[in-house]
Design a protein around this ligand. Structure first.
Ligand code: PMT
Length: 399
């Protein structure tokens, strides 16, 4: 089932060179009728098949082709379109653009915009059937699927080049339905207040040194971003990270565990759901030196005291709020996670082995098991943190 309006949504449509490019005119017109604001980016080859003027007239927006055109109103096009997009769609998507995206190549307006956007991307490939089945192309397409892109598979039949088989641009109705479905499924948290924590904490020893951990914030930021994409109001309480703030989230920055506790407690009454992805320091130096420690000691011992366990505190007062924790473990992962779930009185815990390859701290991907208070367990394969974030949100819905 789909919703039937795109009112208030900005769709950036990328068109690449191929005979199916002419069908993009129908797509722009349909998106406009559904209420979307449509911006079109064409590759130089797309312009050989359909004129920018046609798409400009239908979209009622300037069509962008050349990266080095004079910027309008001093906005840099690929950045401003990347930021404006609620969704990017590339249809038809040639083997060339798919190869570029999969391999991190950004050398024209479309590929740079895809690289710069945080919006979800839907790809509708169209090409000769032998090109479609080529193993290098398939590898590239699989890379995009694994990174969380939605692929609208091409249809089968007689192709413009005379060959028969899979490769022609999927029916425009199917592509439009995929777009409508994206916005419908992504609005299932409308009206929900989501409080997310992310990143490490820093526990000062003196004015120049501190105790911390390897958390980059990527997992927590991906969760905050997914909540915002799906319509929730989001507050993100974060330790120091180098990440850009997720679109649509209010960001509250802290350093120490005790500051995180204070901010979490302050915003807890507002929240319907709390996800604690932050890696909070369990200990802090008993004293914080006012001046830099001098190195005249041969041996130095710094006494540590325990920090408050924020999640445990929340578990005591949780009421009917949904409370989700993470468990960062190096051994007996699920057993320790189950123990934390019970001790902290939470609804669901996401257990990750932080020593596993391409998982845990810093990586863009993660491999987790989700354990529920009712005993259900879900073992997930390794996947991008952004994709995992949406699965975690799907599972929160089942609580
Ligand atoms: O940030 P990234 O680089 O993307 O890495 C992601 C991650 C590995 C940090 C993330 O996936 C993760 O596992 N986060 C939880 C890290 C952690 O502190 O785990 P823990 O097992 O020590 O704590 C269990 C739970 O209690 C966590 O939800 C934690 O936020 C919470 N906790 C822990 C200690 C404390 N003093 N207060 C807490 O609230």
């Amino acid at each position: 089932m789909t919703c039937n309006t795109l009112e208030g949504k900005t769709v950036v449509l990328g068109i690449t060179g191929g005979i199916a490019a002419y069908k993009a005119a129908d797509m722009v017109s349909r998106l406009k009728k559904l209420g979307a604001c449509v911006h079109v980016i064409m590759t130089r080859n797309a312009v050989r098949f359909i004129t920018p003027l046609t798409l400009q007239t239908l979209s009622q927006n300037r069509v962008v082709v050349d990266m080095f055109e004079q910027p309008h109103y001093w906005e840099i096009d690929h950045i401003s379109l990347a930021q404006k997009a609620d969704l990017m769609v590339i249809a038809p998507a040639s083997a060339n653009i798919i190869g570029k995206i999969a391999n991190g190549i950004a050398d024209d307006m479309l590929s740079t915009t895809v690289m710069a956007t945080k919006a979800h991307v839907i790809i509708a490939p169209a090409m000769n059937t032998n090109m479609y089945h080529n193993p290098f192309f398939q590898q590239n397409l699989n890379k995009l699927k694994e990174s969380g892109f939605t692929v609208v598979e091409p249809g089968e039949g007689r192709l413009a080049c005379g060959d028969c088989g899979k490769g022609r641009l999927q029916d425009i109705n199917v592509i439009i339905d995929t777009i409508l479905n994206f916005f419908k499924t992504r609005q299932d948290y409308k009206g929900t207040n989501a409080l997310v924590t992310a990143g490490p904490t820093r526990e000062p020893i003196d004015p120049v040194r501190f105790i911390t951990n390897h958390s980059s914030g990527k997992m927590g930021y991906a969760i905050a971003e997914a909540f915002a994409q799906r319509g929730a109001r989001v507050k993100l309480i974060t330790g120091p990270t180098h990440l850009d703030p997720p679109q649509g989230a209010e960001v509250i920055r802290i350093q120490r565990a005790r500051e995180m506790l204070d901010r979490v407690m302050e915003h807890f009454p507002w929240a319907d759901v709390v996800v604690k992805a932050a890696a909070v320091s369990d200990y802090r130096p008993r004293e914080e030196m006012v001046h830099k420690l001098k190195k005249h000691h041969q041996r130095l011992e710094i006494p540590l005291v325990k920090n408050p366990d924020i999640l445990m505190e929340l578990g005591r007062i949780k009421g009917d709020k949904k409370l989700i924790g993470f468990a960062a473990e190096t051994d007996n992962v699920k057993e320790y996670a189950r123990r934390k779930l019970l001790e902290k009185n939470i609804d669901m815990i996401v257990a990750n082995n932080v020593t596993a390859k391409d998982a845990g701290f810093y990586s863009d991907t993660n491999k987790v098991s989700i354990i529920f208070a009712n005993g259900k367990e879900l073992d997930l394969p390794n996947m991008p943190k952004r994709k995992l974030a949406h699965i975690i949100l799907d599972e929160i819905k089942t609580l």
